[in-house]
Design a protein around this ligand. Structure first.
Ligand code: AMP
Length: 299
C-alpha cells in the first residue's frame, strides 16, 4: 500500500565542527520519502524552484518515488542552513530562505487522493490541514512538526492533532507544548489533545511511544560516529510509515517493528551529509541493523 508524503523539499547548507556542505538535497519530505521508499511505494508532494538540480530529481527517481505531486515553480527552492555544535544534539538555524515555499499550495493529483497512509512531514500546519482535506478516508495519518510552528501556528497545530492518528515530536518540542518535564506525563497530555499514538523522539537516546496498548521504548542504533544528523527525525518517521504500509493490517501489531525500522534508517542518515548515505543503503543493510537492534534489546 502506498504512502503519501508532504513536507519541505529543500536545499540544505550544513555546517558541522568538521566540515561544511552547501546546497545538499534536503527538506523534511525528501528525507521522509526516501526512507519510506525502502518499504513501500511512495508519493511526494512538495515544491521546488527552477534552480533545483536535475541530479536531485534523479535521486528521487532512483528510489521509485512518484513525483506527480512535486510542483516546479518559477523562483528559488526553499533554502535552509544550519550549524551544529561539537555536541551534535545542539543545532542553530543560520538562514531560512522560503523562495517558492512562500506561496506553496499543495494540490494532490487525482490518484494521490486515495493514499491509505499519509505522512504530514514538517511543514506549516495550515498546509498539513490542506493536504488532509484532499485525501479520501486515509487508513493512517502521521504528523510531524517543529518548534517554529509551536511558536507561530499553535492554533492550527492543535486543530490538526484532532485529525491525526500518530503525532511525532522531539523532546524539547514536547516540553514546549505541554510544559511537562516528565516524558511519560507529556505523552499522556498530548494524547488527550487528539492522537491515539504519540512518539517523543530523543535523538541519540531513541524514541518513546505511547499507544492504546501501552508504552514502547525504541533504541537508537549505537553509532560511533555521527557526521550529520540533519533529517534523522524525518528518516525515522518515513521509515516507520513505510513499514506500516508494507506490513498492512493492525497498527498495534506492527508499530514497534515500524519504529525499529525507522530508527535503523535514521542511523544511516546520520552517517553522511544530507541524504548521501541514506540514498546508498540497501534492504540487506537495513535488515542487518534491524537484527542487531533486536539482539541489543533482548533480555
Ligand atoms: P530535522 O533534522 O529532522 O529537524 O530536519 C531537518 C530538515 O528540516 C532540513 O532538511 C530542512 O530543510 C528542513 N527544515 C528546516 N526548517 C524548516 C521549516 N521552517 N519548514 C519545513 N522544513 C524545514
Amino acid at each position: 500500500m502506498s504512502v503519501l508524503v508532504v513536507g519541505s523539499t529543500a536545499l540544505d547548507s550544513i555546517k558541522t565542527p568538521k566540515a561544511e556542505n552547501p546546497r545538499l538535497l534536503g527538506g523534511s519530505a525528501s528525507h521522509a520519502a526516501v526512507a519510506s521508499s525502502f518499504f513501500a511505494p511512495t508519493r511526494l508532494v512538495g515544491v521546488v524552484g527552477k534552480d533545483f538540480p536535475g541530479r536531485y530529481v534523479k535521486l528521487y527517481e532512483k528510489h521509485g518515488i512518484d513525483l506527480a505531486g512535486l510542483q516546479i515553480q518559477d523562483g528559488k527552492t526553499f533554502h535552509w542552513s544550519g550549524e551544529y555544535e561539537l555536541n551534535m544534539n545542539n543545532r542553530r538555524t543560520l538562514l531560512t530562505e522560503l523562495g517558492v515555499f512562500e506561496t506553496f499550495t499543495p494540490h494532490l493529483p487525482e490518484r494521490h487522493k486515495s493514499s491509505p497512509y499519509v505522512l504530514l512531514a514538517n511543514i506549516a500546519p495550515g498546509l498539513q490541514h490542506h493536504v488532509l482535506d484532499q485525501v479520501n478516508k486515509p487508513k493512517f495519518v502521521v504528523a510531524d512538526t517543529m518548534d517554529l510552528w509551536l511558536n507561530i501556528a499553535l492554533k492550527d497545530l492543535l486543530s490538526l492533532l484532532k485529525r491525526v492518528d500518530l503525532f511525532v515530536l522531539n523532546d524539547s518540542e514536547s516540553h514546549q507544548l505541554t510544559e511537562e518535564d516528565n516524558v511519560f506525563a507529556a505523552l499522556r497530555k498530548i494524547q488527550k489533545l487528539g492522537p491515539k499514538y504519540v512518539i517523543i523522539k530523543k535523538g541519540s537516546h531513541g524514541a518513546i511511544l505511547s499507544s492504546p496498548k501501552g508504552y514502547f521504548i525504541c533504541p537508537a542504533y549505537p553509532l560511533h560516529k555521527v557526521v550529520d544528523p540533519t533529517g534523522a527525525g524525518d528518516s525515522f518517521v518515513g521509515g516507520l510509515i513505510g513499514y506500516l504500509a508494507k506490513a498492512g493490517g493492525s497498527v498495534d501489531k506492527n508499530i514497534r517493528k515500524a519504529m525499529v525500522y525507522g530508527s535503523v534508517v535514521a542511523s544511516f542518515c546520520c552517517e553522511g551529509f544530507g541524504l548521501k548515505t541514506t540514498t546508498r543503503v540497501t534492504r540487506n543493510k537495513i535488515e542487518a541493523r534491524f537484527k542487531e537492534l533486536a539482539q541489543l534489546t533482548a533480555f
